[in-house]
Design a protein around this ligand. Structure first.
Ligand SMILES: NC(=O)c1ccc[n+]([C@@H]2O[C@H](COP(=O)([O-])OP(=O)(O)OC[C@H]3O[C@@H](n4cnc5c(N)ncnc54)[C@H](OP(=O)(O)O)[C@@H]3O)[C@@H](O)[C@H]2O)c1
Length: 216
């Protein structure tokens, strides 16, 4: 059993991570801004209030945990710019403040900075709307920041190009810097299988201090 503090538990991806972790018998503390929004009930679930942008809040949530998971988002483009890299810095500062007792940190990332089969980055494609570019680069900036951190055991997990609620198959493939594409050249993963990959990484750490990605 792993003790997990989860930011973003009310979100599309975070709610799947929450369910996957609980179903595998882990103890999850959901750290939410508004507990009324969290409808999940489970004997392994505790709920506490907190703000990922406040390092003291992160430290309080992280104390006594084995892993802190962040699945936070910022809504639109400017919201992501205001949330994602600041959250990375706050998460690292909060976790780091626990010193030798600091838990691991696993954050949901973005696909924009991944390399495509053509050798370009996803975010270099033509015709990407400005708000999506802002979201992609917010995740890219956060990843650049994580890569400067060597005293916290961080992992950044980029979804496939498309991630949507769907089926839990339990099957997925991973890569480090390359977008995972299927035989048709499509990069996708269900939010449920993304959660499987993330909880697998919690149970069996393979990517401490690096980014990896998951797709079919
Ligand atoms: N292909 C891709 O690369 C791809 C695709 C989809 C998503 N993503 C990324 O995955 C992440 C999660 O996406 P999603 O669709 O699951 O997001 P979402 O449904 O919008 O959920 C966002 C979550 O973040 C929480 N949150 C936001 N600010 C917070 C704060 N200051 N303190 C605590 N919690 C906060 C929200 O809580 P409240 O309930 O309080 O608002 C909510 O639970 C995002 O960063 C998104 O950019 C990447």
């Amino acid at each position: 059993m792993v003790r997990i503090a989860l930011f973003g538990a009310t979100g599309t991806i975070g709610s799947r991570v929450l369910r996957e972790a609980l179903e595998r018998g882990h103890q999850v503390t959901a750290v939410v801004r508004d507990p009324a929004k969290l409808t999940e009930r489970h004997p392994g679930l505790k709920v506490t209030t907190g703000d990922v942008l406040d390092p003291a809040s992160v430290a309080a949530a992280a104390e006594g945990q084995d892993v802190v998971v962040s699945a936070v988002g910022g809504g639109d483009g400017p919201g992501h710019v205001a949330t994602i890299e600041p959250a990375a810095k706050s998460l690292v500062a909060g976790v780091r403040s626990l010193g030798a007792m600091a838990p691991r940190l696993i954050a949901v990332g973005g696909a924009g900075s991944l390399r495509t089969p053509a050798g370009t980055k996803v975010w270099d494609a033509e015709g990407i709307p400005e708000f999506l570019l802002q979201i992609m680069h917010a995740h890219g900036d956060a990843l650049d920041y994580y890569r400067t951190v060597s005293d916290v055991r961080w992992t950044n997990l980029s979804p496939a190009g498309t991630i949507e609620p769907g089926e839990r198959t339990g099957a997925y493939r991973t890569a480090l810097e390359d977008l995972v594409v299927d035989e048709q050249g499509v990069s996708r993963i269900s939010a449920e299988d993304y959660a499987v990959a993330l909880v697998d990484e919690i149970e069996t750490p393979k990517h401490v201090g690096e980014r990896f990605t998951v797709g079919y």
